[in-house]
Design a protein around this ligand. Structure first.
Ligand SMILES: Nc1nc2c(ncn2[C@@H]2O[C@H](COP(=O)(O)OP(=O)(O)OP(=O)(O)O)[C@@H](O)[C@H]2O)c(=O)[nH]1
Ligand SMILES: [Mg+2]
Length: 444
């Protein structure tokens, strides 16, 4: 393992850029106390909240509260200091610059958390959860990511890791010390591998659910002009975002907004009404191209038709454009007719009839391949490790079934173990770490 650990002192603004009640500058590294004492009016007492002034060459910059953490306590596990000042951006920047002047250097993205990981304050699943909590698009995603901060994912991985580790130990013991340890029988290895594969598969399935929560889904509302697409879009958003008129061809540009349905971030696209070719209006023609593009980019298509007329030939042509994608059909303006359509939701954008059901159906369509509730959030890196571990276990299983020598089987089992170890951050390289932490914000 090659990990570069730098112990120089880093400094960054930890609060959002902009004006607020307080701003926090955070420093971490061997010289944090020394630098802080050069600019703070008092001598630091570790783990004590201290009130005083920040001064630069005699000039008072601000009244502040300082929190000094002595290693191994605090977020990074190094000596570190948090300076809480007044939240004007110019004051915060000024104090940051003064910390640079006296020997700190600007922190890179995620560098505080990287140091926390390297100091054993958290494993990699927790470090990655920190970024997830900060970047969460919905409250549910934030809560699920926070579960990883308390070790949910780490715990699950540890359980599987232990099963593999125990199995591997028994096989290797017999290979390395044939006089003392007996080779485990194939039936035993097969049973253990079965357990491991089942648990890993379950975890992979749960992971898929977190992808939906992480990335969300795109839904394009399509249909003929004037069927009520923009009206429905506004209802889903809960405010008048798109212009609604009784003139066909009102929406000319695709409009996009994100809503939260049960914690799933859903990007809804209101499109220009699709009409037959031979359009004379250039703007409308461009709008139609946008619509076709919106359909291509969407995961799910919400197709609207007018309940008064039913699905006509023109509607069929529009529906054909959505081929290959899951389509949810809805009949709008059902307040104006008694006709009820099977296999679709009969809605009214005027009375609000069935809009809750429509949301529910949308959610069902999105979640159809997620089994059960997602216990924890995973990211692509973790999922790739899990998948590779699963492949290695399946290879080992084939080896067992064809009664391969156990020496060979142990190679696949070892691969599975290494892959799982990478999830928690054992045996990761500097490249992997830099890749992970480069997605963080500065100051975290
Ligand atoms: N009664 C009734 N009127 C509706 C309903 N939905 C939309 N309308 C009306 O139908 C007209 C067109 O609605 P829009 O939401 O602009 O339709 P659109 O599909 O976005 O139209 P384009 O942007 O032109 O393609 C407006 O006058 C709406 O008030 C509905 O469910 N019931
Ligand atoms: Mg419209």
């Amino acid at each position: 393992m090659s990990i570069n650990y730098e112990t120089d002192t880093i400094s960054a603004i930890a609060t959002p850029f902009g004006t607020g009640a307080i701003g926090i500058i955070r420093m971490s590294g061997d010289k944090s106390f020394e630098i802080c004492e050069k600019i703070f009016s008092k001598k630091l007492i570790p783990m004590k909240i201290m009130y005083g002034e920040i001064r630069d060459e005699g000039e008072v910059i601000d009244e502040v509260i300082v929190l000094p953490f002595k290693s191994p306590r605090g977020y990074t596990g190094e000596d570190s200091v948090e300076i809480q000042c007044h939240g004007g951006i110019n004051i915060v920047r000024k104090i940051l610059e003064i910390t640079y002047k006296y020997g700190a250097r600007p922190a890179q993205r995620g560098e505080f958390t990287k140091r926390a990981f390297l100091n054993g304050k958290m494993d990699l699943t927790k470090a990655e959860a920190v970024a997830d909590v900060i970047e969460a698009k919905t409250a549910k995603f934030a809560v699920k990511s926070a579960a990883n901060l308390t070790g949910k994912l780490s715990q699950k991985i540890s359980e599987i890791y232990k099963l593999i580790f125990d199995l591997l130990s028994k096989i290797i013991a017999a290979i390395d010390f044939p006089e003392d340890a007996e080779e485990p029988d194939y039936k035993y290895i097969e049973e253990e591998l079965e357990k491991i594969i089942k648990e890993t598969e379950k975890t992979v399935v749960v992971s898929r659910g977190s992808n939906v929560l992480r990335q969300g889904v795109k839904v394009a509302i399509i249909g003929k002009p004037n069927v009520g697409k923009s009206s429905l879009f506004n209802i889903l958003l809960n405010y008048e975002r798109a212009i609604v008129t009784d003139t066909a061809g009102t929406t000319r540009d695709a409009i996009t907004e994100v809503i939260d349905i049960d914690g799933i971030p859903i990007t809804i696209i209101d499109t220009a009404g699709l009409r037959d070719e031979n359009l004379t209006d250039d703007i409308e023609r461009i709008g139609m191209e946008y619509t076709k593009k919106s359909i291509e980019e969407s995961d799910i298509v919400l197709f609207l038709f007018d309940a008064q007329t039913g699905i006509c030939e023109e509607d069929e042509k529009i529906l054909a454009l959505a081929q290959g994608r899951p389509v949810l059909k809805a009949a709008s303006k059902s307040d104006l007719t008694d006709k009820v359509y099977a296999d679709c939701i009969n809605i009214s954008n005027v009375t609000g009839k069935n809009t809750e059901r429509l949301k529910e159906e949308l959610k069902n369509l999105i979640c159809c391949d997620i089994e059960g509730e997602t216990e924890f959030i995973t990211n692509e890196r973790q999922q790739n490790c899990l998948n590779r571990a699963l492949i290695a276990c399946n290879n080992a299983m084939s080896g067992v079934r064809s009664r391969q020598v156990q020496d060979l089987i142990s190679i696949d089992i070892k691969t599975a173990l290494l892959e799982l170890g990478q999830i928690r951050g054992e045996l990761v390289t500097d490249d992997i770490l830099n890749n992970i932490f480069s997605n963080f914000c500065i100051g975290k």
